[in-house]
Write a protein that binds this ligand. Structure first.
Ligand code: TYM
Length: 339
């Protein structure tokens, strides 16, 4: 049986990139693992609040965002009866395994992580140790469950590669096969959704411009306005995918349409190729609104009564804790720690 694990940080609202790049695939793997992977799978989806504090967080906001992200998972299709939804800070094994793995992770490898370089900016000397060590905690999140597949957006590929290397270093050093090298699952049309304002930049929670992203909680009006203002160029939509080359804004909107509709970019262009943006943008907005509205609505309902979310998380945390403790104990025994 395969084991699927993925997580999101409770920082701000989820946006369309999180949905198309990750959450949509989480639901696909939960419901159709046998078709997609050729085997049944057990799915675990975490809210990684310990990762969120690698940048300063307001405590009350952090707690609120943790519930909101859990609600977004459920509203987006993660079924708590089929999948385990947990909060990272409620599972101490993540942090302990992280320390053990940190002792066998080279700093040079962490220095090469593009997400660290982006987030630390020019002044890496002043960046916190937590930001630097972020990928080791992520490796612990994955390895502690012996996950076989990790559905993420394209931006997490490098972190996943490092997780595989860390697992391999541990196994080689202790001559064991205890830790499992996870496979990234980066699938679908929209594994890299770009900013609506600048098609060369990733759509991101940390972009200061609200217009750059579609939040999963945006109302219909806001979505329509943001898409109307999205970056394009004076040319109409091309007939073929090659015609999108060098046209980052255009490429992004076609990509988003493909991701939302669950079709390929070729299919989008065979329907809309030759049309102008004045015709295409309203269609895209309509598709985004009809996809997101039910999710937003369900999320609001779930957040009205906190007790339902809290019950889901309590159950998920207990399950995740039991699984994680087993791996941690194995690792502790292998490394020679006191029992
Ligand atoms: P986070 O919270 O930044 O993003 C959550 C998921 O959304 C994907 N994503 C995107 N996909 C397509 N286009 C975009 N513009 C876009 N922006 C974000 C991310 O790839 C991710 O899948 N490090 C992780 C959190 C994490 C994790 C883990 C993931 C911690 N531990 C263990 C998997 C397994 C992150 O930054 O997520």
């Amino acid at each position: 049986m395969k084991r699927i694990l993925s997580c999101m940080q409770p920082t701000n609202n989820l946006h369309l990139g999180n949905y198309l790049g990750a959450l949509k695939n989480w639901v696909l793997l939960q419901d159709q693992a046998a078709d997609v992977l050729g085997e049944e799978a057990e799915c675990l989806y975490g809210v990684v609040d310990l990762h969120a504090i690698t940048v300063p967080q307001e405590p009350a906001e952090l707690l609120k965002a943790t519930r909101e992200i859990a609600a977004a998972y459920i509203a987006g299709g993660v079924d708590p009866d089929k999948s385990t939804i947990f909060v990272q800070s409620a599972i101490p094994a993540h942090s302990e395994l992280m320390w053990l793995l940190a002792t066998m992770t080279q700093m040079g490898k962490l220095e090469r992580m593009t997400q660290f370089k982006d987030k630390a900016g020019k002044n890496a000397e002043r960046a916190g140790l937590g930001l630097f060590a972020y990928p080791v905690l992520m490796a612990a999140d994955i390895l502690v469950y012996k996950a076989t597949h990790v559905p993420v957006g394209d931006d997490q590929k490098q972190h996943l590669e490092l997780s595989r290397e860390i697992a391999s270093t541990f196994n080689t050093r202790f001559d064991t096969e205890t830790l499992v090298q996870p496979e990234p699952y980066i699938m679908g049309a929209a594994t890299r959704v770009m900013s609506l304002q600048d098609g060369s930049k990733k759509m991101s929670k940390s972009d200061p411009s609200e217009k750059s992203r579609i939040n999963m909680t945006d109302d219909a009006d806001t979505i329509v306005k943001k898409i109307k203002k999205a970056q394009t160029d004076p040319e109409p939509l091309p007939e073929r995918v090659e015609g999108l080359e060098g046209r980052v804004g255009a490429d992004n909107l076609v990509n988003i349409y493909a991701g939302l509709a669950g079709i390929s970019k070729e299919d989008v262009l065979s329907e809309y190729g030759g049309q102008g943006w004045g015709q295409f943008k309203p269609k895209l907005a309509e598709l985004a609104v009809t996809t997101l509205a039910p999710i937003t609505e369900r999320m609001a309902q779930l957040l009205e009564d906190q007790s339902e979310i809290d019950a889901v998380l309590a159950k998920g945390n207990a399950k995740a804790n039991a699984l994680a403790e087993v791996t941690l104990q194995e690792v502790r025994d292998i490394m020679g720690f006191w029992k």
